[in-house]
Design a protein around this ligand. Sequence first.
Ligand SMILES: [Zn+2]
Length: 241
Amino acid sequence: MRRILAGLVLLAALAGCSAGTLAGTVAGRGSAAPPVLCGGRAEPVTVVACVVADLDRAWSARIGRPVTIRVTVDPEPAEVDRGCRPFLAFGTAFYCPADDRAYLTAASVARDRAEFGDRLPYALAGILAHEAGHRVQAVVREPGLDRPGDAASRAVEQQADCLAGAWAAGAARRGLVDPAAFRAVYAREMEIVSSLKPPPGSGLEEYDEVATHGTPAERVAAYDRGAAGADPEAACALRRG
Ligand SMILES: [Zn+2]
């Protein structure tokens, strides 16, 4: 979930998933049927493709500028910008500003599959919603993105959490996700990533997820601000540089 200032990012093979499959069956909308994300499909690449399509559409409409989120699932090291490559060893998802791409490592997918089971699509969507927040920040040239230091990093990261909450609320209104279940998965994901420690020899020994992102409670509070706000730009204090 981290955003690597030195220059990092994720782009799945965005194949085989049209926007129309996102909501599941048409009959599910507006009926008693529960929300179904991505037509109930669970394959990570498929989920990534349809969630990214919705994120692109939703954020482009919201901010009035084209937003294209690029994601690589299970990247090879050579695919990742050199400055961001060390984060592959951390085994999470991360956003690389150097190539404006999000990377979703196989380790993170495997970990979330073990943790969330049938709710894996929600976990992936939550991750993507956060990384999309970083893309939105880049598109609007949010002031302070390059500011050094943990406090500045926390502000950027929690704004991405806020933007993730804003997207999730919209997705719930569109009948794609159950908002309470989605929030629960997001909150658990925050706990999981906050507990990870960089592996010895990774070159990331000094990296501190909580110092750079905030505590899980702080991050969920940011998500809630975005989910509750009628206007994501106001709720998340999104500025335009
Ligand atoms: Zn982040």
